[in-house]
Design a binder for this molecule. Structure first.
Ligand code: 8DG
Length: 132
């Protein structure tokens, strides 16, 4: 099965998504995380570094692996920290996990998006801190 490494780039409680080319025969026009195929001789992490550099001009400082997901491909997601603004020819934006529920996304990404919603919840300051 084809292995694909993807990066979850975070900006506050929003995550970077780009829109697949509408003329791509595979999942045309769906909103996805940046990344691509793990080539022979690469680890998922080194493939991610290469893809983010090629696709977005972004260098990785930190990539934390998340559990893999299997369907049409084996998806290796990584939480990524990066301080560089992405540049890409595709349509892109920063979206909350709630926003993503209204976008057409690959089916394999749905459990991942649910996990991101939980991460966002956990990083909210405790309620007591919001009451002054
Ligand atoms: N980049 C990316 N691919 C995803 C995501 N979710 C998901 O199911 N995929 C699937 C779609 C494709 O079947 C596969 C990525 O293949 P691709 O064709 O876009 O990547 P690639 O250019 O490296 O591969 P190739 O055509 O050169 O073989 O992973 C996601 O969030 N991001």
């Amino acid at each position: 099965m084809k292995a694909v490494a993807i990066g979850l780039l975070r900006h506050g409680n929003r995550w970077f998504l780009q829109r697949r080319d509408p003329s791509n025969p595979v999942l045309p026009g769906l909103w996805e995380f940046p990344g691509g195929k793990v080539e022979e001789g690469e680890t998922p992490e080194s493939a991610l570094m290469r893809e983010l550099r090629e696709e977005l001009g972004v260098s990785l400082h930190f990539a934390e692996p998340m559990p893999t997901l299997e369907g049409a491909v084996r998806l290796h997601p990584f939480l990524v920290r990066s301080d560089v603004a992405p540049r890409t020819d595709l349509a892109w934006g920063w979206f909350t996990a709630a926003d993503m529920l209204h976008l057409p996304v690959p089916p394999l990404n749905l459990p991942l998006i649910a996990a991101l919603a939980r991460i966002a919840d956990e990083s909210q300051p405790p309620l007591a801190d919001l009451i002054t």
